[in-house]
Ligand binder design. Structure first.
Ligand SMILES: [Mn+2]
Length: 269
């Protein structure tokens, strides 16, 4: 009955297989939790979804920016980026069922022991956990609806960068998706910033801080597990803020976190 959390797979099916073999994952007893960005950039996005779809009873995942963008590409709203290596998946007869499975997945999951939450990027600067729960549900309802394709174009763009209860619904959705799936740094004032991808150690702009350094008391009672930010290499300097994307697709390693034992396992690429 173990719960294993794995960072961004990005189509690295061999890495996933290696990780599951290493922990002797039991599909009838254990649960695999994923930080999103299941596909794109790695060579085996189709094989990854084949596995996750056929084992969906023991798989829980949030959506990442690559997964959401894939919905746009699959619906021909955006052009395929050759770097994403998604052609086998896009040309597969299984595409419609994988689109539907992906859009059923949430942006936020509560941890099984109620110790906190999991999202792809993080918790928006001026939000409390309750706000994240509310907006993840709103977006989930839209993605799950039959006219979800109409919504997809509105999720692109960096603005608004700051939450405000007076924003239009469209802007609230865009901000929410950016916070859940794309955010890394924000300003001291709580504006989302999307230009920097490096680690906080390499930061030259003293006005920026990682989202999890903003209003840190939010993570005193709640753990936050996330992916998306490979250059952190798992370092947040906060035991309750757990970064699981350790750049497997870029030749680093896959991190497997055993929640029940609070133990980490590294699978080198
Ligand atoms: Mn990502």
């Amino acid at each position: 009955m173990a719960n294993y959390f794995i960072g961004d797979l990005q189509g690295c099916f061999k890495g996933l297989q290696q990780a599951l073999a290493t922990v002797e994952f039991n599909t009838s007893k254990d649960t695999l939790w994923l930080t999103g960005d299941l596909i794109a950039r790695g060579k085996q996005s189709l094989e990854t979804l084949d596995y996750l779809f056929s084992h969906q009873d023991c798989v829980k995942t949030v959506l990442g920016n690559h997964d959401l963008h894939f919905l746009s590409v699959a619906n021909k709203l955006k052009k395929e980026n050759p770097k994403d290596l998604l052609s086998p998946l896009l040309n597969s007869p299984k595409l419609p069922k994988y689109i539907d499975w992906l859009r059923e997945q949430p942006l936020l999951l509560a941890l099984p022991d109620n110790s906190g939450y999991l999202s792809h990027a993080g918790l928006a600067p001026d939000w409390q956990v309750e706000d994240a729960i509310y907006w993840s549900q709103q977006i989930h309802d839209i993605l799950f609806s039959s006219n979800y394709v109409d919504f997809l174009p509105s999720m692109y763009g960096k603005k608004p960068t700051k939450w405000d209860n007076n924003l239009t619904d469209t802007d609230k959705f865009k901000y929410s998706i950016n916070a859940f799936t794309r955010m890394r740094f924000c300003t001291q004032n709580g504006d989302l910033e999307f230009n920097s991808k490096h680690s906080p150690n390499e930061l030259t702009d003293k006005n920026l801080l990682p989202w999890f350094e903003y209003d840190k008391k939010r993570f005193k009672q709640n753990k936050w597990l996330f992916g998306h930010w490979a250059s952190l290499m798992g370092v947040t300097n906060n035991k309750n803020v757990i970064a699981l994307d350790t750049g497997f697709v870029w030749g680093q390693y896959l991190t497997v976190y055993n929640l029940d034992k609070n133990a980490y396992i590294q699978i080198p690429a």
